[in-house]
Design a protein around this ligand. Structure first.
Ligand code: HEM
Length: 494
C-alpha cells in the first residue's frame, strides 16, 4: 500500500513531467533558445535575469539572429543584428505594432496615450500627436528659433560656472525639457524654477524605476506588490505628480479662453476634444490628452539630455575630435550668429560627430518591447499573436557587418571619402517601423543645435588632475554615463 505522502509525491512528479512535455511542445513552435523548465522558463539560469550586451551576443552566437527566451510561461523573441531587426519590424510592420501591457505599464498609463498604449487608442493618439507636432513647427523656423534661444541659455549657464568643475547633467536636462515645455505648454521655465525642478526629479524617478529589478518583480507579482511599500509606490506617486501638474496647465489654458491661434499642444488637443464631443465614442478626451503630454515629456527629456551628456563626455575624452569640430565651425559659420539647422549641410564633420555620439552611446540599449498583434512570420519563423518581441537596437548600432569599427568612437562611420556626411541605414537609434520614435525630427534638430552651439562657445576639459573616467554605461531606464565632472571654458570673450 502506498502512503499518502508517496501518492502525493508521485502525483506531483506526474504533474511536473506533464508540464515539461507540454512546455517542450510549445517551445518547438518558436525560434530556438536555451533550455526551459516549467514555472521558471530559462530563469533557472541566473544569467538571464540581467540581459546585458554580452549575454545577448552569446545567445545570438549559439542560436542565430532570432531566438526565444522563456520567462516563466511567456516566450519573448529577440531580434539580433540590423538585418534581423529590420526584417522583424518592417516586413509586416502592422503585425508587430503593439506594446505589451505589462502590469506596471498598465498601472502607469492604463492603455491611454502613445508610448505605453496599444491597439486603436495608440493609433488615434499617435496619428493626432504627430499631426499636431508637425503643425506646431517641427521643421519650421519658429521651433528652431526657440531651440536656439534655449541653447543660448544653456551656454550662459555653463559660462556662469567660470571654468570650475561641474556635473553638466541637470543643466542639460533643464534645457532639453524646456523645448518640450514650449511645444506642449506654450512656455518655458526659468532654470531655477522650483516647480520645474520637482517635475524633472519626478520624471527621473520614473525612468530610474523603469530600469530597476523592482520593476520586473512588480510585473511578475503585481497583486502582491500593489499592497507592499517600496520604490514602485514612489514611482507611481511621481506619475501622479506629473499628471496633476499637466492637469493644472490644461485648466489654465481653459481659463485663458479659446486662443485665436493654436499655439501649443494643449490648445490643439482642446480644440480636437471640442470638435469630436458629439461623437458616440470620441477617441480624444482629457485622460488621453494628459497621457500624451506625459509621453512626450517622458520620451523627449531623458533621451535627448542623456545623449548630450554622453556627447560632452566624449568631447573631453577625445579632445582632438572636439578641436576638429571647433575648427570646422570657426571656418564655416559666422562668429556673430547662432548656428541654425540648415548649417549642418556646411558642417559635415560636426554632423558626423553627433551621429556617432548617438550610435556609440546606444542609450536605448536593447530597445522598447513590441507586441505581436496578429499571427505573423519573421524570417520564416511563425510568431503567435500575443508574443513579446525585443528588437535589439544595440545589436544594430554595434553590428560588425554594418560598421567598420563598431566598438570604437569613430565619426568616420558617417563620412565618405571626400569628407561629406553620409547617413547609414543601420543607424536606427530611434527604431524603425510603425512605432518608431515620434519625436525623431525634434530630437535630431535639438541634438545638432545644442551640441554645435555649445562647442562654438565653449571648450570642455577634465578638471586638473583627472586623466580619464569610466566610459562604461550604467544600466537603468537609459544607458547613462557614470557621474563625472568637467570644466567649461569660454572660447571667446562676450
Ligand atoms: C535622442 C533622442 C531620442 C531617442 C534615442 C528616442 C528613441 C526612441 C525609441 C527607440 C522609441 C521606441 C520605438 C519603438 O517602439 O520601436 C521611442 C518612442 C517614442 N519616443 Fe522617442 N527618442 C528620442 C527623443 C524623443 C523626443 C524628443 C520625443 C518627443 C517629442 C520622443 C517621443 C517618443 C514617443 C511619444 C514614443 C512612443 C512612440 C510609439 O509608441 O508609437 N522621443 N523613442
Amino acid at each position: 500500500m502506498l502512503t499518502l505522502s508517496t501518492t502525493l509525491g508521485l502525483l506531483f512528479l506526474c504533474y511536473v513531467v506533464f508540464q515539461f512535455v507540454k512546455l517542450q511542445r510549445e517551445v518547438r513552435k518558436f525560434p530556438p533558445g536555451p533550455a526551459s523548465i516549467p514555472i521558471f522558463g530559462c530563469l533557472w539560469q541566473p544569467k538571464y535575469f540581467r540581459l546585458d550586451r554580452s549575454v545577448l551576443t552569446e545567445l545570438a552566437k549559439s542560436y542565430g539572429n532570432i531566438y526565444t527566451l522563456w520567462f516563466g510561461r511567456n516566450p519573448v523573441v529577440f531580434l539580433n543584428g540590423f538585418q534581423a531587426v529590420k526584417d522583424g519590424l518592417t516586413t509586416h510592420p502592422e503585425d508587430v505594432a503593439g506594446r505589451p501591457l505589462a502590469p506596471f505599464f498598465h498601472a502607469m498609463a492604463k492603455n491611454k496615450g502613445i508610448l505605453l498604449a496599444t491597439g486603436s487608442t495608440w493609433r488615434h493618439q499617435r496619428r493626432f500627436s504627430l499631426m499636431v507636432l508637425k503643425s506646431l513647427g517641427l521643421g519650421k523656423t519658429s521651433l528652431e528659433y526657440q531651440i536656439q534661444e534655449e541653447a543660448s541659455h544653456l551656454v550662459q549657464s555653463f559660462r556662469n560656472t567660470q571654468g570650475k568643475p561641474m556635473n553638466p547633467s541637470f543643466t542639460l536636462t533643464l534645457a532639453v525639457s524646456n523645448v518640450i515645455c514650449t511645444v506642449v505648454f506654450g512656455h518655458r521655465f526659468c532654470h531655477d524654477d522650483k516647480t520645474f525642478h520637482q517635475l524633472l526629479e519626478a520624471m527621473e524617478c520614473i525612468f530610474t524605476f523603469g530600469g530597476s529589478i523592482c520593476h520586473h518583480v512588480y510585473d511578475v507579482l503585481p497583486g502582491l506588490m500593489r499592497h507592499l511599500p517600496g520604490p514602485h509606490k514612489k514611482a507611481l506617486a511621481c506619475c501622479e505628480e506629473v499628471c496633476s501638474f499637466i492637469r493644472k496647465e490644461i485648466r489654465s489654458h481653459q481659463d485663458g479662453g479659446t486662443a485665436e491661434e493654436l499655439q501649443d499642444f494643449i490648445h490643439c488637443y482642446l480644440a480636437q476634444i471640442e470638435k469630436s464631443k458629439d461623437q458616440p465614442k470620441p477617441a480624444h478626451d482629457e485622460p488621453n490628452m494628459v497621457q500624451c503630454i506625459f509621453d512626450l515629456f517622458l520620451g523627449g527629456t531623458e533621451t535627448s539630455s542623456t545623449t548630450l551628456y554622453w556627447a560632452l563626455l566624449y568631447m573631453v575624452a577625445y579632445p582632438d575630435i572636439q578641436a576638429k569640430v571647433q575648427k570646422e565651425i570657426d571656418a564655416r559659420v559666422d562668429p556673430g550668429h547662432m548656428i541654425c539647422y540648415e548649417d549642418r549641410k556646411n558642417l559635415p564633420y560636426t554632423n558626423a560627430v553627433i551621429h556617432e555620439v548617438q550610435r556609440f552611446s546606444n542609450i536605448i540599449s536593447i530597445g522598447v518591447p513590441r507586441l505581436c498583434v496578429k499571427d505573423t512570420l519573421i524570417r520564416q519563423f511563425p510568431i503567435k499573436r500575443g508574443t513579446v518581441i525585443f528588437p535589439s537596437i544595440a545589436s544594430a548600432l554595434y553590428d560588425p557587418d554594418e560598421w567598420e569599427t563598431p566598438r570604437q568612437f569613430n565619426p568616420s562611420h558617417f563620412l565618405d571619402k571626400d569628407g561629406d556626411f553620409v547617413c547609414r541605414e543601420a543607424f536606427i537609434p530611434f527604431s524603425i517601423g510603425h512605432r518608431m520614435c515620434l519625436g525623431d525630427n525634434l530630437a535630431r534638430t535639438e541634438l545638432f543645435l545644442f551640441f554645435s552651439n555649445l562647442l562654438k562657445a565653449l571648450t570642455f576639459r577634465f578638471p586638473e588632475g583627472v586623466k580619464d573616467v569610466n566610459m562604461e554605461p550604467v544600466l537603468g531606464g537609459t544607458l547613462q554615463p557614470h557621474y563625472f565632472k568637467i570644466c567649461a571654458e569660454p572660447r571667446h570673450a562676450l
